[in-house]
Design a protein around this ligand. Structure first.
Ligand code: SF4
Ligand code: SF4
Length: 456
């Protein structure tokens, strides 16, 4: 089933608990209101006799391309067979970047595309202009040609600026190059990706995702956007998605499922306490505080899980993805995939509908654990840190470690941080916490993230 271009203004502007529920309920078919039970649905997912296939395709904004609602995020990809299976089962949007897996993601895609009808795939790759000094039109072209070489193709459907900054939205050498590449048939569409405020390896402090994406929509030269959005970011994300829909941009989402679990945090803290004890030391004060915050939430978390029949908050993942796909401005979601198990679990979501019970579950989840969870990339806290710690970036690396299970990549990103890191947090008064309007216990989370991301 396909649906027309998304020019419809967002009908759900308010995301108070009540607004969240009523907005979600307004889109739910009557049949789905009867007997909905997200916990059973999440827990009872079984392997079908024949593997699930993509069931829904959508028109990717003004590109006019018909893309699968579940896209293939090739960030961790190094196994071409997984992508081949995905393509066989109807996935047709592939997202990669020049530096994913040191170029091996693009190589694996090239392998999987061999012998296939190139027209059946919407292929995007990304170039990070920040890592290039100086950034020249010819320099960008040279790197792009290497992408094509690794991908084993003579063109991509979309070339994106990776982690595009506000300044790069107006970077004329890039736009001039895109014109040339389009004329040469090497690129069909231009795009950008952004996951929010960040200190990059070069130590810059960027603007929030909404600011950058709305500037890109306003600029008018970008056709496709890949950006962070989830039900915890709905208030700010609403405006961003609406701006994209007004310009009929293709919208692909990432980080749809916030890391909503305190169980693994509790376990890690218990292990750390033991380790410190063996070394004759006490757990650092920031972690003691974090353990207490987690303990205080235990009863509420258990009540939430019981109410929705869940074994753990991570079972809200499917509902979180369906919430994103339910947005009229969104064309596909792009989870990271590098195993058959991941492929099975994501592809099974294609064409499924966001149910009333799931809306209630996410609202409860938000209320119970939302205050423990970084939105990833909003960046309100960054300027409040006197030591220049890149809070949003470290929270994102921790998300890669805990939720996406890309432990090695997360640790390597953390090790590559150009400036101060979370080792500065243990002995700090934590003024950043007052700047986070979501109430995230930043200091403890960063001290814990430092322990996790620097594991020997
Ligand atoms: S810690 Fe709070 S202010 Fe900082 S990026 Fe996360 S949600 Fe935003
Ligand atoms: S705890 Fe202190 S050092 Fe760490 S991010 Fe917050 S303000 Fe900066």
């Amino acid at each position: 089933m396909t649906r027309p271009d998304s020019k419809t203004p967002n009908p759900r502007p308010s995301l108070t608990r009540r607004g969240f529920l009523s907005a979600a309920l307004s889109t739910v078919p009557a049949a789905a209101l009867l007997g909905s039970e997200p916990g059973r649905r999440a827990a009872g997912r079984t392997q079908a006799a024949s593997p699930a296939r993509i069931k829904e395709y959508r028109i990717l904004g003004r590109t006019g391309a018909k893309v699968s609602d579940i896209a293939f995020g090739a960030g961790p990809l190094n196994n071409a067979n997984v992508l081949s299976a995905a393509l066989d089962r109807g996935m047709n949007y592939i997202d990669t970047a020049e530096h994913y897996e040191n170029g091996n993601s693009e190589r694996a895609i090239g392998e999987a595309l061999k012998g296939r009808d190139r027209k059946s795939v919407f292929l995007t790759t990304k170039l990070n202009l920040t890592f290039m000094k100086p950034v020249t039109k010819e320099g960008i072209r040279g790197r792009f040609m290497k992408c094509l070489e690794r991908l084993g193709t003579d063109h991509v459907e979309c070339l994106m600026i990776h982690m595009c900054t506000l300044a790069q939205v107006k970077y004329e050498p890039y736009h001039e190059l895109i014109k040339e590449l389009k004329a040469e048939g090497k690129v069909k569409w231009s795009g950008l990706s952004n996951h929010g405020a960040d200190y990059s390896l070069s130590g810059r402090l960027d603007d929030p995702v909404e600011t950058v994406v709305m500037a890109a929509a306003e600029d008018g030269r970008f056709d496709v956007v890949l950006c962070t959005f989830n039900y915890l970011k709905a208030e700010t994300g609403d405006k961003m998605l609406k701006a994209c829909a007004e310009k009929n941009m293709g919208v692909t989402l990432m980080k749809m499922n916030p890391a909503l679990t305190n169980a693994d945090e509790m376990e890690t803290l218990t292990r750390l306490r033991e380790r410190y004890k063996k070394q004759g030391q006490e757990l650092p004060e920031a972690l003691v505080k974090l353990a207490k915050i987690n303990a205080d939430r235990t009863a509420a978390t258990e009540a939430f899980l019981k109410k929705h029949g869940l074994d753990g908050p991570e079972q809200s993942r499917d509902a979180a993805l369906r919430y994103c796909l339910d947005r009229p401005e969104v064309h596909c979601v792009c989870p990271s995939i590098n195993s058959f198990e991941q492929l099975d679990s994501y592809i099974a979501l294609s064409g499924t509908k966001f149910e009333a019970g799931e809306a209630e579950m996410l609202a409860d989840c938000r209320e119970t654990l939302g205050g423990m969870t970084c939105r990833i990339g909003c960046g309100e806290c960054g300027p409040a840190c006197p030591r220049g710690v890149p809070v949003a970036a470290i929270m994102r690396y921790d998300y890669y470690f805990r939720t996406v299970r890309r432990e090695k990549a997360a640790m390597s990103d953390y090790a590559a941080l150009g400036g101060p890191n979370a080792s500065a947090c243990a002995g700090c008064a934590g003024p950043c916490e007052a700047a986070c309007s979501h109430g995230v216990p930043i200091q403890g989370k960063l001290v814990l993230a430092h322990e996790r991301l620097t594991l020997a």
